[in-house]
Design a protein. Sequence first.
Length: 100
Amino acid sequence: MSSKSLVRVEIITTQALDEDFTEAFKKYKVAAHFTKINPVMGAGFSNPHLGDAIWPQLNIMFIIYCSESDAETIKKIVTDMRRLYPTEGVGCFISSAEVY
């Protein structure tokens, strides 16, 4: 069985941007297949999102396996979201992956 090279894109952001991302994915016809983990807790470079009394907000995480060209489009979506919502944390991590 041969393997296929893909790109793995992870996006971690506040739950408030969930619909914004899913609508952008539809608009640009990318990320038709994804995994969404909800809720996600953590502390990055914006305010912590821990779901507790002090830091009540929570995050979501998208995991997307796609082509390099789709990953470039997703990077544009992330850049647009960061520009539209500069106070919200939006983390994006891209790495190579193989499917067997």
